[in-house]
Design a protein. Structure first.
Length: 333
């Protein structure tokens, strides 16, 4: 997808590889884990991009690569016209004011020794976002924005529930007035009854503040609720990408079809009658990925060509992109 004037974040052939070494004295590299292996994505103003895939496919590594918490091995991450990988520490600190992250575990992402006030006031003071005299009022405003009473600002994280802690983490991400937030599975550690509240809060913030959001999850039904576009990731690569309604309601790639077929239908008759695409085996190791299409060892439609040809992410007539050499034969887009 070509960059447009409203493009805030652009990923071009992003790769994040981790060397695997062996030996105590003379360490030598014996392999490479290709956690992220050539990702191309765009994020536009006011848009929610959903990123889905099963555990271990590289979603969290990609999130940390976007923030430069993990430096990319190759490729570019361009935010508002600046390649983040080419910035020094001071420039990166300035750029991150507009690019914030919500981590998966609300129990581990907050400092237990800092009160809510200290947690939310720290970025305001360090980056001089508001005058020091206005910090208490701004902290109270942030707490109200995420649905917490300001009277609790002197409490510590252990005094809050998981859902409340995640609201504090969201408030912390909002403190520097970002344009983009990367949310790494922000509801997976929460009870189902609380997940909907956090999802509705994120949708409200996107709508009211004009935020752009990269929403990472492994639950397609959750992503469908929030996202404008969806990218499906498998073993470090994007296998399908397009409008959320098209990708989830009419999946084209066999892996996306399997994910969608695993979403339960709240009707016992329809649930029993609908066809299911059950995958065999486990995901291959990113340390030793299969040749050709990485999905072919588990794909029910795979042929000999799938074990040799690496499928490109090709544009389709309906506007989506799919990486499958047998798309026409299996009845795809």
């Amino acid at each position: 997808m070509p960059a447009t004037p409203d493009t805030l974040l652009s990923l071009r052939d992003v790769k994040t590889h981790f060397p695997v070494t062996r030996g105590f004295v003379f360490r030598r590299q014996v392999g490479t884990v290709k956690a992220v292996d050539g990702i191309n994505l765009e994020l536009h103003r006011g848009e929610v991009l959903g990123l889905v895939g099963e555990s271990g496919c590289g979603k969290s590594t990609l999130a940390r690569t976007i923030l430069q918490l993990v430096p990319p091995t190759d490729g570019t991450v361009v935010f508002e016209g600046e390649n983040l990988a080419g910035l020094d520490a001071a420039e990166l600190r300035r750029a991150r004011l507009g690019l914030q992250m919500i981590f998966q575990d609300p129990y581990a992402s907050l400092n237990p020794r800092m009160s809510v006030f200290d947690t939310l006031a720290e970025p305001l003071i360090v980056h001089r976002i508001v005058p020091r005299a206005e910090v208490p009022a701004r902290v109270a405003e942030l707490m109200e924005r995420v649905g917490l009473a300001p009277r609790f600002m002197r409490k510590y994280p252990h005094e809050f529930s998981g859902g409340q802690r995640q609201r504090i983490a969201i408030a912390r991400a909002l403190a520097p007035n970002p344009r983009v937030i990367v949310a790494d599975e922000p509801v997976s550690a929460l009870d189902v009854s609380i997940q909907a509240q956090i999802l509705n809060l994120l949708a409200q913030l996107v709508r009211e503040l004009g935020l752009s959001l990269v929403f990472i999850a492994h639950d397609l039904s959750v992503v469908r609720h929030l996202s404008d576009r969806v990218a499906v990731m498998y073993l470090g690569r994007i296998v399908e990408h397009g409008p959320a309604a098209a990708v989830i309601d009419h999946p084209a790639h066999p892996y996306t079809r399997a994910l969608v077929s695993a979403i339960p239908v709240p009707d016992p008759v329809r649930e029993h009658a609908r066809p299911r695409l059950v995958l065999a085996g486990d995901p291959p190791s990113p340390l030793n990925p299969p040749a050709g299409c990485a999905f072919h060892p588990r794909c029910p439609f795979a042929t000999a060509v799938c074990s040799t040809a690496v499928p490109p992410l090709a544009a389709q007539p309906d506007g989506r992109e799919v990486a499958c050499v047998r798309l026409a034969e299996i009845g795809g887009v």
